[in-house]
Design a protein around this ligand. Structure first.
Ligand SMILES: Cc1ncc(C[n+]2csc(CCOP(=O)(O)OP(=O)(O)O)c2C)c(N)n1
Length: 554
């Protein structure tokens, strides 16, 4: 006999090789079936947040779909924060959860479908008649609509016999992707956008994660019209090694790059959501600049957009290339204004600090600048949220697109660094994974430091340990709010890492980073945690911008 859970597991195995799981009453038969069928790799997480966060990170890095699974009730609610993040980030994933019995709710059952809807996910429940078709439909909806889908297996039918399938679910129409403008109007928009780009004196191409497949063509387009290129933080690496690239756009841009970005008169924004980081809270582009956005979203994602082209990046870039005549190649793009951008020299014109800050603690800029030189070039970064994101985001070279997973930024959640890291490790096992977190977010996501250490072949954890919730100190402590609640007792993360079986080093001076050099020389194997005892007196420029904007509003 095939149980409902075994039928669901079969279809999961048809769609993915990766399942991120924590078991309980609601999914015990499913995890059993997955393990017995042996078609997927099951990565065990220690907190349910990690199941969904890892499936999300797996997709962000590999662009392939993964599944997550937890029990019902508290297992499910524990995963709601990363589920909201995945929905906001438009990450396709299937999250299989125990559901209320078909006979009705028990005292401890919640309206789980309503919770899914509240956080922006779709949901459906399997039945005994067509569990395979329902599971297939869940994967289809996730892929077509680019969103997480929660698939409930009602508790009382998890181990019941699954019928031979009948076509029921195939007859339920698949929800269409959100509609955009009609085809003819897109062509007219392409022609208008091409005219604007052709007439531009200082064109700039800004690539986001949605531009990955169009990266080569966008480079061609930039050369054809004499544009500079730049990318959003998560898309860093899109133009790696290209001349005339300004690195990252917005709050994490180097000062020199930022000045040039502000001089662009036409900005072609491709597959970038233009959030507050990319736009540096609205200050990154000249108020006179014309913004043209190409995106899969049906509507512009920022009110600054002047022209919107709905569609996929590659197709529309092709159409633009067809419409744009080459300009004579020039070594002085932007009429000579941008010659410093040649050879990407601007990206790392950064202040490296002097090792220690005035209070005697480590200067984070000096530490990341040295680590950028030490750590293997084949690397990917997984980042938690907090003040510290300014450091790795600004100072680390990344080799290729999708080398930075920032799970948490869409929902503005901290604490998802460790939970998402195992997913990134599974997606790119050959790279050294560099996980960056604060002491606040690190402690919040601590259970899955264990999962990370168990999973990673080559991993460095950087804890920006300033013994406080730094972002809050800078934003609210600086305005006179009581700061006691913003402090964190000095934690020793090396002891925590050792408890989970990894090596750790407390880093108080730049010389202490020699340990990282030795680790790399020895083959960069296993997990090394560097507990960076940084000063909270060095404030990242992007936070400075937030403070200044808030002060202006007050
Ligand atoms: C889940 C969640 N809780 C609280 C916050 C509010 N918050 C934003 S940044 C931050 C401080 C983060 O501290 P830490 O991880 O130590 O990094 P730091 O800011 O010190 O670099 C807090 C509490 C949030 N964004 N998400």
């Amino acid at each position: 006999m095939t149980t409902v859970s075994a039928a669901v597991a079969e279809v999961i195995g048809d769609h993915t090789t990766e399942v991120f799981a924590l078991m309980g009453n609601g999914n015990a038969y499913l995890t059993d079936a997955l393990a017995r069928q042996g078609r997927v790799r099951i990565t065990a997480l220690r907190h349910e947040a990690g199941t969904v966060a890892s499936a999300d990170a797996y997709h962000r890095v590999s662009r392939r779909i993964a599944a997550a699974t937890t029990t019902y009730g508290p297992g499910y609610t524990n995963a709601l924060t990363p589920l909201a993040e995945a929905a906001m980030a438009r990450t396709p994933l299937v999250f299989v959860v125990g559901g209320e019995p078909t006979t009705g709710r028990r005292p401890w059952d919640l309206d789980q479908a309503a919770l899914a809807e509240t956080v922006g996910a779709r949901s459906l429940a399997v039945d005994t008649a067509s569990p395979r078709a329902a599971t297939r439909r869940a994967f289809e909806i996730a892929s077509v609509q680019r969103r997480p889908v929660v698939l409930f297996i009602p508790y009382d039918i998890a181990a019941a016999e699954a019928a031979e399938e009948f076509a029921g679910w195939e007859n339920v129409p698949l929800p269409a992707p959100a509609a955009g403008p009609a085809e003819g109007s897109v062509l007219a928009d392409v022609a208008a956008a091409a005219d604007l780009l052709a007439a531009s004196r200082r064109p700039l191409v800004l690539a986001g994660r949605g531009a990955r497949d169009a990266a080569g063509k966008l480079g061609e387009l930039a050369d054809r019209i004499g544009a500079l290129t730049v990318s959003s933080a998560p898309a860093r690496g899109t133009f790696a090694g290209r001349e005339w690239d300004l690195g990252v756009c917005g709050g994490f841009a180097s000062e020199d790059s930022s000045k040039l970005i502000r001089q662009a008169d036409v900005v072609l924004v491709v597959g970038a959501g233009m959030n507050q980081f990319t736009t540096a809270f609205g200050t990154q582009f000249s108020p006179e600049a014309i913004l043209i956005q190409i995106d899969l979203e049906p509507h512009p994602t920022n009110p600054r957009v002047d022209r919107f082209l709905h569609g996929d990046a590659e197709t529309i870039t092709d159409a633009l290339l067809e419409s744009l005549a080459p300009r004579p190649a020039r070594d002085d793009r932007w009429d000579g204004v941008a010659t410093q951008a040649r050879g990407s020299r601007l990206t790392f014109s950064r202040d490296r600090g002097t090792g220690l800050a005035a209070d005697g603690r480590l200067d984070p800029r000096s530490a990341v600048a040295r680590l950028n030189d030490i750590l293997p070039a084949n690397r990917q970064v997984v980042s938690d949220g907090g003040h510290f994101i300014g450091w790795a985001n600004s100072y680390f070279d990344l080799p290729a697109p999708d080398s930075l997973a920032l799970v948490g930024t869409h929902f503005q959640s901290i604490g998802l660094g460790f939970p998402s890291a195992p997913g990134a490790v599974r997606a790119r096992p050959e790279a050294t994974t560099v996980v960056v977190t604060g002491d606040g977010g690190g402690i919040m996501g601590l259970p899955d430091l264990d999962s990370l250490i168990r999973t990673a072949r080559s991993c460095v954890v950087l804890v920006f340990n300033d013994a406080c919730y730094g972002a809050e100190i800078h934003q609210y402590g600086s305005r006179g709010l009581h700061a006691d609640i913003m402090q964190i007792d000095q934690a020793d993360f090396t002891k925590l890492a050792e408890g989970f079986g990894a090596a750790g080093v407390v880093v108080q001076t730049l010389d202490d980073l020699d340990a990282a050099e030795r680790w790399v020389e020895a083959g960069a194997r296993g997990t090394l945690l560097l507990d960076l005892r940084i000063s909270n007196t060095v404030v990242a420029p992007y936070i400075q911008e937030i403070i200044e904007l808030t002060l202006k509003k007050d």
